[in-house]
Design a protein around this ligand. Structure first.
Ligand SMILES: Cc1cc2nc3c(=O)[nH]c(=O)nc-3n(C[C@H](O)[C@H](O)[C@H](O)COP(=O)(O)OP(=O)(O)OC[C@H]3O[C@@H](n4cnc5c(N)ncnc54)[C@H](O)[C@@H]3O)c2cc1C
Length: 454
């Protein structure tokens, strides 16, 4: 066999797995068809966050006036932002590639497909490996409506030649609400169209209500309970027909309607690899139905986040070559939505906690210090969900500036099994918003399977 391990895909999951396995002394090959670092580095988390920062500066300039700055309403140059983003990403691509080379992995800048369960075609070359890891990630989908090809998806949003003046974003998952914040903050007339009554399906209801209010206050035009019907090209841009029979005239339509695993053309049948609903089926050890073939990250479509993908890559490499067998616990994974303002969340939502048993809810909404003077009508929302039987914190949610930064620490506390009493005896850091998490004393309500929240 040419390699002990061959990894297909050089994204968050694959790079980590290949690098750690090579560090353990395995003979490792890795193939990447497009760009080192994968979705997160090139067309995901990283460039998205640069764009969120760019949008936030527009709000910050306005907010500074309450503090005495005479900041004029400036204009934004899209080309400058994209060039700066591209320079930084080129640097990161180089780092990812170097890390692999320094670890001793052999890199292939081409597509890999299965010929049989131990053999791959890698850019026309036949390569054999004892073990194979599939880490091919996912890609955005488009709804099947007339004119769907006229819309863009998130992959395209990072390379637009110009900023649209009017944009309609379809879908209010985290990618939809994040890009709504970006384009709105950069000055576009922004419409967010979604089929649910509130954005961010699956998140805690109070966060969803708070986010809808904040987005409206920022000037985003929300279209709840609506689905798109068709898109047509017009001399002035695009015409988007909606299920409520209204028509929106915009420059750009953006589908943020979900992602699916990259399995097409991989030759899974040649190796006999099983899938479930279009995702590669794995057990708790990330093993497919073929004992020497594994799958990690978004291609398994469980919890599609970069830190999960890297944790899986690392755990698998340690298990296979480091004599440290371990699995990744997908419970209590903290996560963020980089909307404006952002969300940080970990553990159960109120509805999940209520269905599971009795839970005590502590909720606060307040004007953060910054906006007491900035004059911006923006509230911060913080919420703790406490298990009635054990007093353990089983959910923590925040909408407001710095929420993702704050929730990382709360994630540690919840992972360690902290109780409400532990939070109560923790001294706060003053003056911060974060201190509210340790000074929440008044219970807002109790919920349970038989108790409906008011
Ligand atoms: C717009 C957007 C924003 C996001 N923001 C966040 C965020 O803020 N926080 C967060 O945690 N997560 C975020 N994510 C999710 C995150 O990017 C993914 O969870 C993560 O990249 C998954 O890593 P992966 O290695 O499984 O797949 P990927 O990073 O997608 O890597 C897969 C790689 O495999 C390559 N490949 C595919 N097929 C082949 C083949 N046959 N041969 C060779 N190579 C192949 C692809 O080119 C790709 O580079 C975001 C995603 C998007 C789209």
């Amino acid at each position: 066999m040419d390699y002990d391990l061959f990894v297909i895909g050089g994204g968050s999951a694959g790079v980590r797995c290949a690098r750690i396995a090579a560090g353990h002394g395995a003979r490792v090959g890795i193939a990447e068809a497009r760009f080192w670092g994968g979705t997160c580095v090139n067309i995901g988390c990283v460039p998205k966050k640069f764009m969120v920062y760019a949008a936030e500066y527009g709000f910050a300039a306005e907010d500074s006036r309450g503090f005495g700055w005479n900041a004029p309403k400036g204009t934004h140059d899209w080309t400058t932002l994209l060039a700066a983003k591209d320079t930084e990403i080129a640097r990161l691509n180089g780092i990812y590639k170097r890390l692999l080379e320094q670890a001793g992995a052999t890199i292939y800048e081409s597509r890999a497909t299965f010929i049989d369960a131990h053999t791959l075609d890698v850019g026309g070359q036949r390569i054999t490996a004892e073990k194979i890891v599939i880490a091919t990630g996912g890609h955005p989908t488009r709804p099947e409506i007339p004119g769907a090809e006229l819309a863009i998806v998130s992959d395209d949003a990072f390379y637009l030649p110009a900023m649209p003046k009017r944009i309609a974003i379809i879908g209010s998952g985290y990618i939809g609400v994040e890009f709504a914040g970006i384009f709105n903050g950069l000055g576009a007339e922004t419409h967010l169209i979604y089929r649910q009554p509130l954005p961010l399906r699956g998140f805690d209801e109070d966060l969803r209500v708070g986010l809808a209010e904040a987005m409206t206050s920022n000037g985003i035009i929300l279209h709840p309970d609506i689905v798109p019907k068709s898109i047509t090209e017009t001399p002035a841009g695009k015409s988007l027909a909606l299920s409520d029979l209204t028509v929106l005239d915009v420059d750009l339509v953006f589908f943020a309607t979900g992602r699916v695993p990259n399995i097409t053309g991989l030759g899974l049948d040649a190796a006999g690899i099983a899938t479930t609903n279009g995702a590669i089926t794995v057990d708790a050890n990330l093993t497919t139905n073929i004992p020497h073939i594994f799958a990690i990250g978004d291609v398994t479509d469980r919890l599609n986040l970069t830190p999960v993908a890297t944790a899986e890559g690392h755990a698998l490499a340690d298990s296979l070559f480091g004599r440290k067998p371990r699995t990744v616990n997908l419970e209590n994974v903290p996560t963020a939505v980089f909307s404006i303002p952002p969300i940080g969340t970990v553990g159960l939502t109120e509805a999940q906690a209520a269905a599971r048993g009795g839970a005590r809810i502590f909720l606060t909404r307040f004007t953060p210090m910054r906006h007491a003077i900035s004059g911006r009508a923006r509230k911060t929302l913080m919420k703790l969900i406490v298990d009635e039987a054990t007093d353990k914190i089983i959910g923590a949610h925040m909408l407001g500036e710095d929420a993702p930064e704050i929730l990382q620490g709360i994630g540690v506390a919840i992972t360690a099994g902290a109780t409400k009493a532990d939070f109560d005896r923790t001294i706060g850091i003053h003056p911060t918003a974060a201190e509210e998490f340790v000074t929440l004393r008044t219970q807002t309500r109790v919920v349970g399977p038989d108790i409906r929240p008011e």
